[in-house]
Design a protein around this ligand. Structure first.
Ligand code: HEC
Length: 110
């Protein structure tokens, strides 16, 4: 391998974690999140201030916190019930969907 090939190989290696973290199908997540829309809104802009906005949030944060509701690390009576019904694939897809939506800052900036 010459220096360029080594640099390219090293560059490709750094991409692997990014690809692994983007697991999750946003289109599937849109359908699977139908039950969440009543409180968090279809695009993650919640319908009332007591419900957090999810649109534009980092995907890995959403996935982590949903797993924490599911396993009881993060406790909330409402969310425990909804997270209990989600598989790992559901969580990844729903997180991808909300992460692909606009966040509040972006909307205010327009
Ligand atoms: C009946 C209303 C309601 C529904 C339906 C609902 N949630 Fe929630 N959700 C809440 C409330 C209230 C909180 C804040 C709980 C807390 O303080 O931890 C919350 C918090 C969250 C959080 C954490 C947000 C943050 O900023 O930390 C995520 C992620 C989330 N919900 C995802 C979902 C998903 C995905 C669904 C559908 C499977 C869903 N919720 C359905 C009411 C709801």
């Amino acid at each position: 391998m010459n220096k360029l090939q080594i640099a390219v190989a090293a560059g490709l290696l750094t991409l692997i974690p990014a690809v692994a973290m983007s697991a999750g199908n946003a289109a599937e997540g849109k359908n699977k999140s139908a039950v969440c829309h009543a409180c968090h809104g279809p695009t993650g802009q919640s319908v009332q201030p007591i419900y957090p906005n999810l649109g534009g949030q980092y995907q890995d944060y959403l996935a982590k916190t949903l797993r924490e509701y599911r396993n009881g690390t993060r406790q909330n009576a409402i969310m425990a019930g909804f997270a209990a019904n989600l598989s790992d694939d559901d969580i990844d897809d729903i997180s991808a969907w909300y992460a692909s939506q606009q966040g509040l800052t972006e909307i205010k900036d327009k």
